[in-house]
Every structure is written in C-alpha cells, then in structure tokens.
Design a protein around this ligand. Structure first.
Ligand code: F0G
Length: 340
C-alpha cells in the first residue's frame, strides 16, 4: 500500500472531515529500528523510533499536517510559530505546500544551521529576537491573539492530535505497547501527544522524559530563566505543556529526569558510531536517559524516540573533528594517512 500520510492513515481518529483540505508531505510511517548495541548495554530490547525520517527531518511534521490543514479549513492566510528550529522548518514547508504565509519568531543565534536553512528556503518570514524560546513564544501568542494569523505551536491542539500518530505506529509495529517509552522533553508537547495516543488505545507504557540539565524546569520544578544546553532544540525554560507532561509522567508511573550535555553527546556518538543512526543532539537525550537509568528499567521492550535528523545540526557533528589536511593524490599518501 502506498503510505497516505498521517491524516490519510488515521483519518477516523482525527478531527478532520471530508471538507478539510489535507495538506500533507506524506509524513509519518517512520522506521522502528532494533538497536542491538543499546539492547546489550541495558539488557532489554531497545527500539529506536526514528522520526528524523519525516519529510522535513523531525517529528513536527506529524502535527503540522493537522495544524496547517485545519488552519486552511478555517480560512487562514498565514501561520505563525515560535521555534528552536524544527517547528519553524516544518511550518515553513507545510505553509509552502498550502500556498500561505509562514511567520517564524526565533531566538537569535541559537538555531541549528540546517533548520534555519529550511525555514529560509521554504520562504518563511523570519524574525530573530534578542531573547530565548520562551520570549519568542510569548511574542507569537501576542501576535496571533491580536492579528489574523493561525498559531501552529504545540499549544494548538491539532498539533498534539497529529503527533499521537507516532504512538499508534509503535503499538502497530510491536503488536503491543513498550514497557517504557523514552523521549526528549522541551516545550513538552510531544510527551503529551504520545501519552494521549497511548491512552486512546488503552495502552500504558511508562513515559520516561528527559530534559537537558541546563534546561530542566520540569525536573527542578521551577521556571529556568536562562536555559542553556548544546541540545538547542530543547533549550526551553518554561514549557507550554508543563501540566500535561507531569500528568503523563504520573499517570503512567514514569519519570522526567535531567541528562547532562556530556551524557547527551555520548549517546549521540554511540548512536552514530554503533547503531548507524545520525540524530540531532536533543534526540539523543532519550537514549542518554535510558542508559543513565538502565538499572531501573522494568522487564520488556524500550522505545526511544529520535525526534530529529542529525543533519539538522551539522556544526555539532563537525566539531567532532579538526580540519582535514589534504594529502597528495597518490595511494602511498592515502595509505600513510590511514596508518596502514
Ligand atoms: N527534539 C527535537 C529535535 C525538537 O525539535 C524538540 C522541540 C523536542 C525534541 C522537544 O519536543 O517541545 O514537544 O517537548 N522543538 C520545538 C521547536 C520546541 O521549536 O522546534 P517538545
């Protein structure tokens, strides 16, 4: 069967009608990979839900197909979002497909290069503000409540609806829910969506959420004024979906914990070197957390969501090596360089 996209596949569970104009890039249906090395490390079968394989390279597309379709149905001519990068890339692409404007408000200087490139090339109208994501989100809320522009951040319930599809794909692929579902937490929309998706199917994996230690308001129980982490996607100090993330944790018997940037980078390298999967640093927080708290894992399979593609943030990967020195174009020189 040709994959019809999230709305096409899950239409009966989503708020769409025959009149809804479906804006899709055929998102969803991403791989659920068995991670052999990680499984050995933690003594449980570990699977990676690789949502970096979505059309714009992140899980945001699952919700954006819904948010932009519903905005178009309501007659919107423009959508707007605040973003640490991926939401803006996705909004820009879906707005381009829909033929409407995308306005994105970003924290200046903190957007990974691949994501900014996407927003630019899809023709988004970009405003960089001298502040962090939380400041940008406050501005976009003000903008969309005073102007005729549809908000497409994850406080838009259609975003959450669409993002439930990832949980449904996991249960379909495994034939059951995992014992633990781990994912990175930033603005906390995705953990909210997964939990809603599982609950809609009467499933109840333990939800394990991980924040970067320098941006972990849900762990410390207070707003962080100056969030900092190498994982810029989750550099958020005041998550919009705070209460629903805590509910997901508590109702599922799960946990929300902090992982350091060093632990995130270690998991990021392990995934690339040993599992053949290149994800962006924020995505590796899910794996870093499962490795850190492996002793507490219940029996049964573990799923880690890898939320974004590694090429989103080429600079973090490039920092792993120094400038390459060119050698003369002779095999001897090549062999010498290889140490053979
Ligand atoms: N992983 C990646 C790659 C992300 O881009 C985000 C959020 C998250 C995890 C966290 O998901 O916010 O639902 O808890 N990125 C948003 C953005 C904030 O603007 O692109 P969340």
């Amino acid at each position: 069967m040709t994959w019809p996209g999230v709305i096409g596949r899950f239409r009966d569970r989503l708020s769409v009608t025959a009149e809804t104009p479906v804006v899709t890039l055929l998102e969803g249906n991403t791989p659920l990979l068995e991670a052999q090395v990680l499984s050995q490390h933690v003594g449980r079968p570990v699977y990676l839900k690789y949502d970096g394989a979505n059309p714009t390279g992140s899980f945001k597309d699952r919700g954006m197909t819904m948010a932009v379709s519903k905005a178009l149905e309501a007659g919107a001519q423009a959508v707007a979002c605040a973003s640490t990068g991926n939401t803006s890339a996705s909004a820009a692409a879906y707005a381009a497909k829909a033929g409407i404007r995308a306005i994105v408000i970003l924290p200046a200087g903190k957007i990974a290069r691949g994501k900014l490139a996407q927003a630019v090339i899809h023709g988004a109208e970009i405003v960089a503000v001298d502040g962090n994501f939380d400041d940008a989100l406050a501005l976009v809320l003000e903008l969309t409540s005073t102007h005729d522009v549809a908000l497409v951040n994850s406080i838009n319930p259609f975003r959450i609806e669409g993002q439930q599809s990832a949980a449904w794909e996991v249960t379909a692929a495994l034939g059951a829910e995992p014992a633990v579902h781990a994912l990175p937490v930033g603005n906390a929309g995705n953990i909210t969506a997964y939990w809603a998706g599982y609950k809609a199917e009467q499933r109840a994996p333990r939800m394990w959420g991980f924040q970067a230690a320098g941006a972990a308001p849900l762990v410390w129980g207070e707003i962080i004024d100056k969030p900092e982490t190498i994982a810029t996607a989750i550099r958020i100090g005041n998550p919009a979906s705070w209460e629903t993330a805590i509910a997901a944790r508590d109702e599922s018997g799960g946990r929300i914990e902090a992982v350091t940037d060093a632990e995130i980078l270690q998991a990021y390298r392990l995934l690339a070197h040993q599992e053949g999967i290149f994800c962006e640093p924020a995505s590796a927080a899910s794996v870093a957390g499962v490795l850190k708290f492996a002793d507490d894992l219940p029996a049964g399979p573990v799923v880690c969501t890898l939320t974004g593609h590694g090429l989103k943030d080429p600079d973090t990967a490039a920092d792993e090596f120094s400038e390459l020195d060119a050698v003369p174009p002779h095999l001897d020189a090549v062999l010498e360089q290889l140490g053979w």
